[in-house]
Write a protein that binds this ligand. Structure first.
Ligand code: ADP
Length: 328
């Protein structure tokens, strides 16, 4: 059976981007068709300035939301990265086949490091080595497929390079994985700055729809989305990014196609109010289930405990093999 692995960082409140670009596909498709692992990658939350209590709280919230989004612990493994030591153990070995040059070429590193420097902060070494730990997350489970939004494509490509290089130098040890992307909503953009992705953030500004936003908050954010100067509703992601983003969100929520939908609307107002309602409807069942799960914290705890145990049992043989192969 195909082995699937994907992860989510507990660095902020999960967004509509996380849901449409990743979580929904994990729940609807991946957990049914594959032997799937979904991980709250909390070690990755330490690569930039962080508050320990907040990381712990957001990890728990992310786990609860994954279950609320439909991940079923009977069908897949849900766990927290730091509960399984094998990720960090393998990461070190992979650092010994990666080069600093290839790390410095990673787009996310360049962007995030520039942001840290702009703020006058220093750049943690873990921000540079983050893609190696991500490679370890994937390779340690003999993963075949990594379902991610296309913002992660470069990191999965690096993972493949490291696996191939290790196998060539030290003998076949790792499965070489590939990324898979959802057909629609591979990249949901910020409603206020439609040229940057809708990423997690602390204060979740007006351009970011969080999975736990109340319906009226969602409506307000979508109705205030930046559109373009034209008047007609056309689908052109490059020339009309604001409009393109709204059409893609509506398409992802209703199962339609952005180009077809552009023909249905004559005004931005109608497009925005339909998009707002479609988002509210998509989030409604997730929010309901989230409320139920919050009332039963022992259940989430139990799922994460079982998940870590299952994950450890899968990871250990790979790490043992890699250590042997590299000479330890
Ligand atoms: P973030 O960028 O929000 O910190 P993560 O790195 O935790 O997200 O990614 C979790 C998953 O959500 C990944 O598969 C990522 O590709 C996907 N994802 C994150 N943001 C978006 C977005 N705006 N559009 C589509 N997919 C996204």
């Amino acid at each position: 059976m195909t082995r699937v692995f994907s992860g989510i960082k507990p660095t902020g409140h999960l967004t509509l981007g996380n849901y449409l670009g990743a979580m929904r596909q994990w729940a609807a498709v991946d957990q049914h068709q594959a032997d799937a692992l979904f991980c709250i990658v909390d070690l990755h939350a330490l690569t930039v300035d962080h508050d320990p209590a907040r990381v712990r709280r957001l990890s728990r919230q992310a786990a609860t939301l994954l279950l609320a989004a439909g991940l079923d612990p009977e069908l897949c493994t849900v766990f927290v990265q730091s509960h399984v030591d094998e990720h960090a153990r393998l990461s070190y070995v992979l650092e010994c086949v990666a080069t600093d040059g290839e790390m410095r070429r990673m787009i996310q590193y360049k962007e995030k490091a520039a942001r840290e420097r702009e703020r006058g902060g220093s750049v943690r070494l873990s921000l540079l080595t983050y893609p190696v730990l991500m490679a370890a997350d994937i390779l340690v489970y003999g993963t075949d497929e990594v379902p991610v939004g296309d913002d992660q494509a470069q990191h999965v490509e690096l993972t493949r390079d490291l696996a191939v290089r290790f196998n060539q130098r030290y003998g076949h040890t790792f499965v070489v994985p590939q990324a898979t992307h959802p057909a629609v909503a591979a990249r949901v953009m910020n409603l206020q700055e439609p040229t940057s992705k809708m990423g997690k953030s602390d204060d979740a500004g007006p351009g970011i729809v969080c999975l736990l936003d109340e319906p009226d908050v969602v409506r307000k954010k979508v109705m205030r989305a930046v559109t373009d100067s034209g008047r007609d509703v056309v689908y052109d992601r490059t020339e009309r990014p604001g409009l393109g983003n709204l059409l893609e969100i509506l398409a992802a929520c209703t199962g339609g196609n952005p180009s077809d939908l552009s023909g249905v609307y004559e005004s931005y107002g109608a497009l925005k109010s339909d998009t707002a309602e479609a988002v509210v409807e998509v989030l409604r069942p997730v929010q309901e289930r989230h409320r139920e799960l919050c009332a039963d914290p022992g259940f989430v705890e139990g799922v994460l405990g079982d998940g870590a145990e299952r994950a450890r049992a899968m990871a250990r043989p790979t790490v043992d093999a890699a250590y042997r192969a590299i000479g330890l």
